[in-house]
Structure formats: C-alpha cells, structure tokens
Design a protein around this ligand. Structure first.
Ligand code: CP
Length: 351
C-alpha cells in the first residue's frame, strides 16, 4: 500500500530534462580535444599535491580521458587489477573518499580505507612519516585528507608510492578543482579551444573566500592555466581581506582579470558560471564563511548560466535550484568520479 504512494522510479543520473544533450556534449568534448596521451605520462609515478603541478595540456588530456570513461563505460578495462589504494581520511568526506574508492574499484583495484586516525598508530603518537613508511609496504597509491596543510608534505618525505592530496586544511583540493574544470568544459566544449573568439569568453563569479577555501584556491590556480577563456573573475564577498599574501598578484600575472563586489545580486545577471561555497576549515573545525550570501531559483541569474558547488551545501544553495537548468553541481559531483579514474590510471601508467 505504502509503495503505491511513493515515486519509486529511478531518477535520471543527469538532473535536468534533456540528458541526451549531455551525452552529445560529452562526445563533442572528446572530439574537440585532440588526443595527446604523452601529456598524461608526465603524471606517471608523481605525487599530486597542488594545482600548480598541472599544465594546460595535462588538464585537457585528463578531461578527455574522463569524458571517454563517462561516455563509454562498457569499454572499461581493469588496468588496476591487483593494485591497492589506501584512502586515509583524517577529516570527514562524502564525495572525495567514496568517488576515489569507486574510481579505483571501477578500474579493477582493491582498497584499504582509514576513516578514523584513532584506529591507527596515530592514537599512540606515531608520526605521519612512519605511517607513510608503512604505507609503502601495503599499497600502490595513497589518497590523503588531513586538517593540517603540511601533513601531505610530511608523508611525501617517506613515501615511494604516489600520494594524492584530497584536501589539506585551507590550502588546496586539486582533484576537486579538476572536477570543476571538467564540468565547465563539458558544459561548453568550445572553451577548450586556445584560439577562443572574444565573444565566447566567459565571466565567472566566485561566492566565497579565496584565501581560506581550499577548493577556491585550487580552482583559481586552474583558471590561471586557462586565462584565455575567462573575460573576468568576480569575487563576491563583502569582506575586504579575502586574498592570502601574493595570491591575487600571482593569479593576475597569469592574465586573469579579477574584480570584487560585496553584493550577491549586483553582477549575477552577467555571470556565465557561478561557483559558490561557504565551508572552510578553520583551526580544528569547519566554519561557514559567506553563508549569508545565498542563491535560490529567485536569484537574478543569466538564463543559460550554470551553478557549481563542491558540496556539502548549506543554506547558501537553496534546493529550489535543484530542478532548474542552473543545477550543474550534481553533474560536477558525478563527473568527479570519471576525472578521478583518469587521474588514478595516469598515475600508475608506465612511461
Ligand atoms: N567536495 C568535497 O570535498 O566533498 P567531501 O567533503 O564530501 O569530500
């Protein structure tokens, strides 16, 4: 009786009406980016700590590979069979840990997962360097999330297998930002063209704090690799002190034109991509910054604009947007799986 009242149909994985358009765009993305797999060989057997390690070409080739994985799941092979991933998450996560683990398993590998440091020697005061020394014996890749910025660097001192930074305090979250770039390029595959006509360039709004949000920090670094496609980056934040020392200068020296407004509505109508986040890890806990800046279906958005959010969301991103064409945050989260598959496979490829 109860089930008759429920809508028990499975939802389309793409949360907008025309999912065939998405398939077409993914295939367009694959054909627009010329294949140059040698740029992925540069990632082989490397640690992934910062967006600074990537080049325009390595990002494009990762995105092309991710789009292939997403478009043709039936053709997946199992190149990581017999390989082991350790995910060490010393800070909460839904998407990053599970998508890394799903990505590894879809490529045939096996996983060992630590979600509570108190179950490891850390509870007895064991150093990260010593734990990393042990990881060398047990796995082929480590994915680490830690509250402290320096933890990933301390582990690198001992590791002989690659480590991927899955969020280190307020510093960086490079694979999240790669997933953000994947969402943007699949939205408009033409943006991958280096000789982009002026009228195709986009305006990006970032509702957040560039100095204290690791996702924003990494995303801005990736935008600096693709400054040719960005007309303007508008930081939406009422505070004055929102860049870390030298951050704005570094980004502007790459060719990015950055402006700032304190008003959530002032520039929305002009923006093609709006990235919103309110969470930042401050000290020992999460804080919600800029959470009084909110988007809902009633916000004055450009009709064909998209909204990205690394999630988890709070009140800043109203659920009324979920069923609108502006909702690209679920597509962004889904795409992270395929992007991480592309990255993990590239890390273990032998040149
Ligand atoms: N985007 C992101 O880092 O989400 P999680 O905290 O759930 O991993």
């Amino acid at each position: 009786m109860v089930t008759e009242k429920l809508d028990i149909r499975l939802r389309n994985p793409i949360p907008i009406k025309d999912s065939s358009l998405h398939v077409t765009k993914l295939k367009k993305l694959i054909t627009t980016i010329e294949e140059h797999p040698d740029h992925l060989l540069g990632l082989s057997n490397r640690h992934v700590v910062s967006a600074r390690q990537f080049t325009t070409e390595s990002v494009l080739q990762l995105i092309r590979l991710a789009a292939n994985y997403e478009s043709f799941p039936l053709f997946l092979s199992r190149p990581l069979a017999g390989k082991i991933l350790i995910t060490a998450f010393y800070e909460p996560s839904t998407r990053t840990r599970l998508s890394f683990e799903s990505a590894w398993q879809q490529l045939g590998g096996d996983i060992m997962s630590i979600t509570d440091p108190a179950t490891t020697g850390m509870a007895k005061g064991e150093s990260l360097e010593d734990i990393a020394e042990m990881f060398n014996n047990y796995c082929d890749v480590v994915v680490l999330r830690d509250t402290h910025e320096d933890s990933v660097y301390r582990m690198i001192n001992s590791l002989i297998v690659p480590i991927v930074n899955a969020g280190n305090g307020i510093d960086e979250h490079p694979t999240q930002a790669l997933a953000d770039m994947y969402a943007i390029f699949r939205w408009r595959p033409i943006l991958t063209r280096l000789n982009l006509p002026e009228e195709q360039k986009i305006k990006v709004g970032i509702i957040g704090n560039p100095s204290q949000m690791r996702t924003v920090r990494s995303l801005l670094l990736f935008f600096s690799l693709f400054s040719y496609m960005v007309k303007e980056i508008v930081i939406i934040n009422p505070d004055n002190d929102i860049f870390s020392e030298g951050q704005r200068e570094e980004l502007e020296s790459s060719g990015l034109y950055i402006t700032k407004t304190g008003s959530i509505t002032e520039r929305l109508r002009e923006l093609d991509v709006i990235y919103i986040n309110s969470i930042a890890w401050i000290g020992d806990t999460y804080e919600r910054l800029t959470s009084d800046l909110k988007l809902s279906k009633d916000s004055p958005l450009k009709p064909d604009s998209i909204i990205l959010h690394p999630l988890a969301r709070g009140k800043e991103l109203d659920v009324s947007l979920d069923k609108t064409p502006h909702n690209w945050y679920f597509i962004q989260a889904r795409g992270a799986l395929f992007l991480r598959m592309a990255l993990l496979n590239s890390l273990l490829k032998t040149p």
